[in-house]
Design a binder for this molecule. Structure first.
Ligand SMILES: Cc1cc2nc3c(=O)[nH]c(=O)nc-3n(C[C@H](O)[C@H](O)[C@H](O)COP(=O)(O)OP(=O)(O)OC[C@H]3O[C@@H](n4cnc5c(N)ncnc54)[C@H](O)[C@@H]3O)c2cc1C
Length: 346
């Protein structure tokens, strides 16, 4: 595949496919190190509703490094205690809220509003002369050679190619870049559909003050605070239940009858997602093509999808500088992770 006369933008060292939170964070961090990038997304706008609920203090360190800590705090609140309760409301496990006692000085975790943070990240990119963005390009394929990589995109003007020294796939759970790069997945056969219900809080006094995991074998359930003013419930689907039937209002109302707090919130989203255990079996990249997508979330526990993704690759090829600078404290990012729990629409 040769370079077309019509390229997507000026020459850059790095081509980032996907401008979700990971692609945007990567572009901002690269710019801090003086590395130019072009970030391309197929969608013109930030996805308007939250998907992720939680990030941890290491991610807050990243926002701090990018000069976005104040913005991130505007769209988040420290994670409260996390309680695991039995079906008859016995406390089984409790993780206390850690407001400022972590090695980084930040709260151990934050509940956040994903669209707010994504807008802040994109605004940061707009300020950098080293970052170009294109919001009308659908990645369709790539070819690597000795000098780098050439990627193909469908755009409103037709097919366009773009050459870069490196390409990083930040294109989410289904990752066309992963497929094009031949990075294979091993299915761990953990694959559960869950109903996710998001709501805008209308009466904060009625809402729980802690995150809850209801370990009811009859219907495992999650109930968590989100970013300021928002709430979420998640219900595991039982064998035989179909997505199109569980998103009906009557079905949801029935699920929420035992939750008094549901009176204090207005539902604005319902969707069924799969929690799918997958492992990258031949690495997360080689040569000029790397994968930094963050489909990693082991439900129903909050974990470090962002950390894994944003810190990937922790050492930029050809450089001795880690993208994620953790200072003199213990380096607590995980290097490129071979494991992935994919969350995707069925
Ligand atoms: C219900 C739910 C709860 C979650 N909770 C958490 C949580 O608490 N914490 C957490 O860390 N994570 C959580 N996740 C996962 C969360 O969505 C991801 O961490 C985060 O959104 C991943 O960011 P990303 O940038 O890797 O991918 P995405 O946000 O999926 O962004 C990928 C981008 O790539 C673009 N793209 C895709 N294909 C192409 C193509 N062919 N060409 C060009 N562009 C393309 C897309 O348009 C999109 O903008 C949750 C997910 C769901 C669904």
């Amino acid at each position: 595949m040769g370079q077309g006369a019509d390229t997507l933008g000026d020459d850059t060292e790095v081509l980032i496919v996907g401008l979700g939170p990971v692609g945007a964070a990567l572009a901002a961090l690269l710019a801090q190190y003086g590395v130019s990038s072009l970030a391309v997304d197929k969608d013109a706008a930030v996805y308007p509703l939250p998907r992720a609920a939680h990030f941890d203090h290491e991610i807050m360190r990243l926002f701090q490094q990018m000069g976005l800590a104040d913005e991130a705090l505007r769209h988040s609140r420290p994670a409260p205690a996390y309680e695991f309760r039995s079906a008859d409301d016995q406390l089984l496990l409790s993780f206390p809220s850690v407001a400022g006692g972590t090695v980084s000085g930040w709260a151990s975790g934050y509940m956040f509003n994903q669209p707010g943070i994504e807008h802040a990240l994109r605004a940061k990119l707009d300020q950098s002369p080293l970052v170009q963005t294109r919001l009308d390009g659908r990645f369709t394929g790539l070819a690597q050679d000795r000098d780098g990589v050439v990627a193909r995109f469908d755009t409103p003007e037709g097919e366009v190619t773009h050459r870069a020294q490196y390409l990083v796939g930040c294109d989410g759970a289904h990752s066309p870049v992963r497929e094009a790069a031949g990075i294979k997945l091993l299915d761990l056969e953990f694959d559960e559909p869950w109903l996710v219900i998001d709501a805008v809080v209308t009466d904060p006094d009625l809402m729980p003050k802690v995150n809850l995991q209801i370990c009811d074998p009859a219907r495992p359930t999650t109930c968590v605070l989100m970013g300021p003013g928002r709430h979420r419930w998640e219900f595991m689907l039982l064998p035989g239940e179909r997505p199109e039937e569980v998103i009906q209002d009557a079905f949801i109302q029935n699920l929420l009858t035992s939750w008094d707090c549901a009176k204090g919130a207005q539902i604005d989203r319902k969707a069924v997602y799969r929690f799918h255990g997958l492992v990258l079996i031949n690495g997360a990249g080689a040569g000029s093509c790397w994968l930094a997508t963050a489909p990693t979330r082991c439900r129903p526990l909050p974990d470090k999808a962002y950390v894994r993704a944003c810190a990937t690759p922790p050492i930029w090829p050809g450089s001795s500088r880690p993208l994620l600078r953790m200072g003199p404290i213990r380096p607590c990012w995980t290097p490129i992770s071979p494991s992935a729990i994919r969350m995707s629409a069925p």
